[in-house]
Design a protein around this ligand. Sequence first.
Ligand SMILES: [Fe+2]
Ligand SMILES: [Fe+2]
Length: 360
Amino acid sequence: MKDDDTDIQDMPPRILIVDDERHMRELISRVVKTEGYTCTMASNGMEARELLAAIPFDLLICDITMPIMGGMELLNEIKSVSSDLAVIMVTAVDDRQTAMKTLELGAYGYVIKPFLRNELVINIANALRRRELEISQRHYQTELEQQVAERTHELQLSQQETIHRLAKAAEFRDNETARHTIRVGLYTQLLARQAGEEETTIRLIRDAAPLHDIGKIGISDTILLKPGKLTNAEFSTMQEHAELGYRILADSTSPLLVMGAVIALSHHEKFDGTGYPGGLSGEQIPKPGRITAICDVFDAITSKRAYKEKSSVAKALDYLREQRGRHFDPLLVDHFLNCIDDILVVKAENTDTDENHVAD
Ligand SMILES: [Fe+2]
Ligand SMILES: [Fe+2]
C-alpha cells in the first residue's frame, strides 16, 4: 500500500484520451497537461484497447460515439478486465439514460460537450481521488483477509497442540503407547475421507479422535494399571471413561472439543447395540464414533501392549471383517479395507519405539 501511495504522489497520473474528433482530443489534452497530468491520445475504442493493454493508465477520458469501436463497448470490455482504471465519459449526447448506463458500467463521471474547463478538471480530480481510495480500500481488505487467515491458522495450530497435550495426559495415566492416539487420529482422517465426509468434518474428526480415551484421566490407577484381567466390577468402572471423557469436553463453544466429546462418548458403542455406554445401534451411533471405533481397534490389535504381543495386519483385518455389522459399521469396514494401503503408510510412518498398554 505504501508503494502505491508513493507512486501516486511521485508520478503524475497517466491519462488516456479517446475521441474521434481531433480538435476535441487536443482540447482535452491541453487541459490535462496544464493540470500536470501526462496524456496519450487515441481516436477510437480499438486503438484505446491496444494502448490500455500495453500501458498502465490511471484514467480514461472516453467519447461515446466513435467509429470502429464506441465508448460504451470499450467501457464494457475494460471494466471486466481492469478494476484499477478510472473512467470519465465525455460526449455530446445529452441523454440521461446514456449517462446512467455508463455509471452502471463503472464510469466515475460524465461530462457533456461543450463543457467548461473547470467542469472537466473537477471530474478528473474526483475520478482519480475515487480510484485512489478504492485501491487503498482493496489493499486494506486484502491485508485484513490475510491477517484473519494467519490468525485462524495460528488458532488451529494452538488448538491442535492443546488437544495433543490433553491426549498425552490420558496416555500417561494409561501407559498407552505415545503414538496410539496420533495414529488413531490419522487413520480416522483417511477413513472419513474414504467415506465421503466433508473436508472440514474430516479435519475435526482427525484432530478430535486422539481424545477418545481422555476420560481415563478420571479412572483410578488400581484399575487402569492393573496387570491382569479386570473383574466385572472393575470393567464397569473402566467403562465410565467414555462418559467421563464426554463430561470433560462437552458444552464447549469449540467445534473441535464438541467433536471430541461426541467421539469420547461413542467410541465403544457397537453397531449391533451391544456396546457401551448407551447401547446404541446402527446409525444411532454418531458417525465419528463409528469411524474412531474401527481405527482404535485396528491400532490396538496391531500394536504391542503390556498384556499382549502385537498381531499382524492380516489378523486385524480378519477381525474387522468378522465384526462387520456386529461391532463395526459394515460400510465403514468396507471403506477402511479400501484405503488400507494408505492406512499402512501412516502406520509405518508412526511406529512406536516402546509399547505398553493396559486393557480396557
Ligand atoms: Fe476407550
Ligand atoms: Fe484407544
